[in-house]
Design a protein around this ligand. Structure first.
Ligand code: ADP
Ligand code: MG
Ligand code: MG
Length: 636
C-alpha cells in the first residue's frame, strides 16, 4: 500500500456524508485510468510476496508468551532506513492492523527468471534477521497466522485492558491499545465499521468439542446477546485483521492476461486455503475449524441489518450477500462469464456510467459491485482530488474490498502494469514453507498461461469450496469441486492426454469432487494433477542445477502436504496442544501450553528443532541472496 502518509481521519458521520462523493469521484478516476491504460502492453512478469509477522514477548520465568506492542518502534527504524535509501533496500516494511504486527516484502519485485526462485527464501530469511536485530530480550518475530491467546486476559505486553464502553472497538476482549498506533487508519476503520454496522461485529466460531469441554465455553453469552454458548465469541476487528497471511502479486503483460489470471486463480483459492490452513486456535480455545478466513471476513463485516437481509430495506440500497472481506463474486474474463452463476449485487447507475464509457460488461459489473460499499476511512487531506491524475477515491473503495483475488490497475504515473493479487493463503511457520508456497503459485500462473489451462467452475461452487476449505482437517479429508477437464483446444497434447472429458456437458460431466491430494498430485487416469503439470512445463525449459534443486524441494513439500504425508500447520498445532501434558481435554489452550507451543514454533522456524512431521525430511536449503547469471527464462 506504499508508505502510509499520515493524515486526519474524518468521523463516521462525516465520512458517511461524503460516501457518494467518494464513489462518484472514484468511478470517474477509474474511467480516466482505464482510458489511459487499457491498451498498455508488453509488461513483463514481475511478482512479489508479502509476509506478515507477529511480535511475541516470552517471559521465561512466568512461562507466558504475549504479543509485544512494539511494532511502531521497529517500523520507525526500518522505514527510516528505507527513506534514506529508497531504491537500495532489500526489504520493505509496512504497518499492519495490530500494534504487534509488521509486514515485509522484498525490496524489489522478482522477475521472469526461474533462477529467481533461488532468492525468495533467502530474502525471507534476510527480512527475519533484519527485524530480529531490533528485538529486545525475550522478543521473537513469528510468522504465525493467529496468536493463539489473542483476546485472553492480559495477552499483550505491556498489558492493556479492554474498554467495552468506550473507544474505537468496545470489545469485551480486544483493547484499542493493541491496534497499531502509528497511523490513524486502523483505529478509524475499526470505529467506522462498528458505527456503520450499527453494532459491534460478532463472530461465533464452533468450539472443538473434546471429552471434557464444558459448554458454555465461557461467560460471553451472559455479557453479550450476540454470543452463542457453544462457540468462541469474538467481537472486534482485531481478531481477524490481527491475523497474518501470505499474499502474492503478479504483473501481467496486459489487462487481458490479468483478467485470465484473476479468473484462473479463483478456483485455486480454496485449495490453497485448505493446503495452508494454520489457525486452529482462537482466544485460547481449540476451534472446530482450521483457518482464519471466516474470522477475518466477520471481523470487518460492516453491513447493516438491512444489508444483511434481517430488516426490510429502508435506509440502505442493497441486500448484500457477503462481507467486504470474502471470496470474489464474479469472473472477469470472457471465458469466465458463463460461470458467474450467483446473481451479482451491483450499482446499476455506476454500471451504466461505466458502460457508457466503453468499459465492457464484465469489468463494469466487477467495479459496480465493488462500489456498492461505502468508504469506511477517509482523510481530510484526501477529500478533494484531481480526477485526471489521482486515483485515491477509487483505491479507497478498491482497497477495502478484501477478497481472495484483487484485480489491480496500474498506479498513476508509474512503470507498474496490470496486476493480480492472490490473497487466500495462511502464513506458515518457516521461510522454507512460505517460499515453497510462493514458488508453487508463481509456477502455476506460468503453467496456466503457457498451457492455456482452464480451471473455471461456477462461482457458487467456489463459494462452497471456500466453506469446505476451512473445516478441520479439510486438506486431508474433504473433497472440493474441481474441473475434470482443464485443457482447452489450445492446450498442448501432453496435458490433453491425461485428462479427457466432455468440455461442454452437464455439470457432472464437467465438474467433479476431488481431494486436495488428487488435485495437486493427480488422480490415476482421471486428472493430471497440478504438480505433474508443473513438471511437464519445466521439462520443456532449460533449468540450471541449483534452480532445479530448489524448485524440486518446494514441489516435493507441496506434494507431501497435499498427500497427508506431512501435516498442515493447523493439524500440527492441534496435535501439539492435545498432546501437551497441561492439556485437560477441555479445548483450552492455557498460558503454559501457549508458551510451549510458541517456543517450539520458534525453534522450528530457526532450524533448532527438527520437525519432519511438518516439514518432511528436506535437504537443507541452498538458496542464495543474489542469483547467478543463469538465464532460464520463465515463459509467458
Ligand atoms: P498491497 O496492495 O497488498 O499493499 P503492494 O503494492 O505493497 O501490495 O505490493 C505487494 C507486492 O507486489 C510486493 O511483494 C511487491 O514486491 C510486489 N510488486 C511490486 N511491484 C510489482 C510489479 N510491478 N508487479 C508485480 N508485483 C509487484
Ligand atoms: Mg498486508
Ligand atoms: Mg497485499
Amino acid at each position: 500500500m506504499g508508505l502510509l502518509t499520515i493524515g486526519n481521519p474524518l468521523s463516521w458521520e462525516e465520512t458517511k456524508k461524503l460516501s457518494d462523493h467518494v464513489r462518484k469521484h472514484g468511478i470517474i478516476q477509474f474511467i480516466n485510468l482505464y482510458k489511459r491504460l487499457k491498451d498498455r502492453q508488453g509488461d513483463i512478469l514481475k511478482w512479489g510476496d508479502e509476509v506478515e509477522y507477529i511480535l511475541v514477548k516470552f517471559d521465561e520465568e512466568a512461562k507466558t508468551a504475549k504479543v509485544s506492542l512494539r511494532a511502531v518502534d521497529i517500523l520507525n527504524i526500518l522505514q527510516e532506513r528505507e527513506e534514506a535509501n529508497p531504491t537500495g533496500v532489500k526489504s520493505l516494511w509496512r504497518p499492519e492492523y495490530g500494534a504487534y504486527m509488521v509486514e515485509g516484502t522484498p525490496g524489489k519485485p522478482y522477475g521472469g527468471l526461474l533462477a529467481h526462485f533461488n532468492i525468495v527464501e533467502a530474502n525471507m530469511k534476510y527480512r527475519r534477521e533484519e527485524v530480529e536485530e531490533l528485538l529486545l530480550d525475550g522478543e521473537a518475530l513469528m510468522s504465525i497466522t493467529n496468536f493463539p491467546r489473542l483476546g485472553c486476559e492480559d495477552f499483550s505486553f505491556p498489558i492493556a485492558k479492554p474498554t467495552p464502553d468506550q473507544g474505537a472497538t468496545r470489545s469485551l476482549f480486544f483493547p484499542d491499545e493493541v491496534i497499531y498506533p502509528g497511523h490513524p487508519r486502523f483505529k478509524t476503520l475499526s470505529q467506522n465499521i462498528r458505527e456503520r454496522r450499527g453494532e459491534k461485529v460478532a463472530i461465533n466460531i464452533p468450539v472443538f468439542k473434546d471429552e471434557k469441554t464444558v459448554i458454555p465455553v465461557d461467560d460471553s453469552h451472559l455479557r453479550s446477546k450476540a454470543a452463542l454458548p457453544d462457540h468462541i465469541y469474538l467481537d472486534a476487528m482485531g481478531f481477524g485483521m490481527g491475523c497474518c497471511c501470505l499474499q502474492l502479486t503478479f504483473q501481467a503483460c496486459n489487462i487481458n492476461e490479468a483478467r485470465i489470471l484473476y479468473d484462473q486463480l479463483t478456483p485455486l483459492s480454496p485449495i490453497m486455503l485448505a493446503l495452508t490452513a494454520a489457525a486452529p486456535i482462537f482466544r485460547g480455545f481449540l476451534a472446530d475449524i482450521d483457518c482464519r478466513w471466516y474470522i477475518i471476513s466477520g471481523s470487518v463485516d460492516d453491513r447493516t441489518p438491512e444489508e444483511r437481509g434481517l430488516k426490510p430495506l429502508n435506509n440502505n440500497k442493497f441486500v448484500i450477500g457477503k462481507s467486504r472481506f470474502d471470496s470474489i463474486d464474479s469472473y472477469l474474463s470472457p471465458q469466465g462469464e458463463k460461470y458467474n452463476d450467483v446473481p451479482l449485487t451491483y450499482d446499476k447507475e455506476i454500471y451504466n456510467q461505466l458502460r457508457e464509457n466503453d468499459i465492457d460488461h464484465l469489468l463494469a459489473e466487477h467495479v459496480a459491485h465493488l462500489f456498492i460499499r461505502d468508504s469506511v476511512s477517509l482523510f481530510t487531506e484526501k477529500v478533494n482530488q484531481d480526477d485526471e491524475q489521482d486515483t485515491d477515491h477509487f483505491e479507497n473503495i478498491q482497497s477495502t474490498n478484501w477478497q481472495t483475488l484483487r484485480f489491480k490497475p496500474p498506479p498513476p504515473n508509474s512503470t507498474i502494469g496490470w496486476r493480480v493479487e492472490f490473497r487466500p493463503c495462511e502464513i506458515q511457520i518457516t521461510d522454507f514453507e512460505n517460499a515453497a508456497i510462493v514458488c508453487f503459485v508463481v509456477l502455476m500462473t506460468r503453467v496456466i498461461l503457457s498451457f492455456k489451462l482452464n480451471f473455471l467452475i461456477p462461482i457458487s461452487k467456489v463459494d462452497e469450496n471456500m466453506r469446505t476449505a476451512q473445516k478441520k482437517g479439510a486438506c486431508l479429508n474433504e473433497k472440493f469441486w474441481f474441473r475434470k477437464d482443464i485443457t482447452t483446444q489450445i492446450s498442448p497434447p501432453e496435458a490433453n492426454e491425461c485428462c479427457k472429458g466432455a468440455s461442454n456437458g452437464s455439470n457432472c460431466d464437467v465438474f467433479t469432487k476431488m481431494t486436495v491430494n488428487e488435485i495437486i498430485n493427480g488422480k490415476n487416469g482421471e486428472f493430471p494433477g497440478l504438480i505433474p503439470l508443473i513438471n511437464n512445463y519445466l521439462s520443456g525449459m532449460e533449468v540450471d542445477a541449483d534452480t532445479h534443486c530448489t524448485i524440486q524441494r518446494y514441489l516435493k513439500f507441496i506434494q507431501r502436504r497435499a498427500s497427508g504425508e506431512i501435516l498442515t500447520t493447523a493439524s500440527w498445532i492441534r496435535n501439539f496442544v492435545t498432546g501437551h501434558e497441561d492439556y485437560k481435554m477441555d479445548s483450552k489452550v492455557s498460558d503454559r501450553i501457549n508458551f510451549d507451543l510458541l517456543k517450539t514454533v520458534k525453534g522450528i522456524q530457526s532450524g533448532m528443532i527438527a520437525c519432519p512431521e511438518l516439514l518432511g525430511y528436506c535437504p537443507v536449503s541452498k538458496t542464495v541472496e543474489k542469483i547467478p547469471p543463469a538465464m532460464s527464462k520463465v515463459a509467458g
